[in-house]
Write a protein that binds this ligand. Structure first.
Ligand code: DAH
Length: 357
């Protein structure tokens, strides 16, 4: 019995894991284990012998069982220790800021422009980027022979062979949205139409896709004076400089009469552009009183309603305000550029909260 005890207690102490402990348990105190076999031999003993051997066997069994339980507990402790050692995490480390996306300057400036005009009662209207030549040209008093069509470097959509209808175009300006909105809403009307436009042109200040914002105000008594006030309010708010002066130069657009190109006051100091000061001028948009034919094309009576319109490059005023030198970089999707010129997505531009920060 002492041999049995020595053998099993030694094995239990050496057991490396629960599986080998279980094997030892079966061999020692399982139903067919060595202790059970010895128990069976009790029957062949004399009563005197049995009285000695019985309790000794039971004591042996108890001792092996408690050694098994103790070893099992210490193996479990060791396993836990090992897990705690390897699955370690320093919860006191400072958090790493996640890479954040930014708002593209075009989106930012569109929001800024929208916030300013909204304050003056202008709603936002939208139209399709693929449009008919009627909306893009004819309705805006640009008939097919008109030189302005050639000047616009228009992208024409392909039609199937044998289909002789005039092709659709990628809109060359946001002016067609004037017509669509007049048709839809009638007059009086006060809208801006921001969005992408397309022309076949590519250099430092031209890309085949760029952005404009159109403005249109129609009522019974709207004049050029209203146009000038609205634009001066806009530029002062947009550039965040009080009292920016504008200069109206006589010009020509088929869809306005009279027409004017508008410059804002600026100066160049050491090659640096400063808006709103000095005696230089920078052209920023085209405008005028909406041509009666255009008002009629929009389904509104030009004998009753009149108004002003303007069209301005969003990318261009973004470059001016944020000092971005090359238009092409806007559309290169270069992450370094986007992080440098991008805006926090959470700072929505408002006139009361601040346009840009
Ligand atoms: N559509 C013109 C362009 O793309 C810009 C423009 C000029 C729009 C005068 C107007 C306007 O509404 O009155 O060059």
């Amino acid at each position: 019995m002492d041999d049995l005890k020595g053998k099993y207690l030694g094995q239990i102490a050496d057991a490396a894991d629960e599986a080998s402990l279980e094997a030892i348990r079966l061999a020692a105190v399982g139903k067919k284990g060595e202790v059970a076999l010895k128990m069976r031999e009790l029957g062949k003993m004399t009563p005197e012998e049995r009285q000695v051997a019985g309790p000794q066997l039971n004591a042996l069994k108890d001792e092996i069982n408690s050694a098994l339980a103790a070893r099992k507990a210490s193996l479990a402790d060791a396993a836990l220790e090992e897990r705690l050692r390897t699955e370690w995490l320093d919860v006191t480390l400072p958090s790493r800021p996640a890479r954040q996306g930014t708002l593209h300057p075009i989106s930012q400036v569109t929001e800024e422009v929208t916030a300013i005009f909204a304050e003056m009662g202008f709603a936002v209207a939208e139209g399709p980027r693929i449009d008919t030549d009627w909306y893009n040209f004819d309705a805006l008093n640009i008939p097919s022979h008109h030189p302005a069509r050639a000047e616009m470097d228009t992208f024409y959509m392909h039609r199937k062979d044998g289909d002789n209808r005039p092709p659709h175009v990628l809109r060359t300006h946001t002016s067609p949205v004037q017509i669509r909105t007049m048709e839809e809403m009638g007059a009086p009307l006060r809208i801006i139409c921001p969005g992408g436009v397309y022309r076949a042109d590519y250099d430092q200040t031209h890309t085949p896709m760029f952005h404009q914002v159109e403005g249109l105000a129609l009522d019974r008594d709207i004049s050029m004076a209203n146009l000038k006030w609205v634009l001066e309010e806009f530029f002062s708010a947009y550039f965040e400089i009080d009292g920016i002066k504008t200069r109206f130069r006589a010009s020509h657009f088929p869809f306005t009469e009279p027409s004017a190109e508008v410059d804002i006051q600026c100066s160049w100091v050491d090659g640096q552009l400063r808006i709103g000061e000095g005696d230089g001028w920078m052209e920023v948009l085209g405008s005028g009183m909406v041509h009666p034919k255009v008002i009629a094309a929009g389904g509104i009576d030009p004998e009753v309603y009149q108004g002003f319109a303007f069209g301005m490059g969003i990318d261009r005023i973004a470059m001016l305000k944020y000092g971005i030198p090359d238009l092409r970089a806007f559309f290169d999707s270069d992450l370094r550029w986007l992080r440098h010129y991008g805006f926090s997505a959470l700072d929505t531009p408002t006139l009361h909260g601040g346009l840009s920060r």
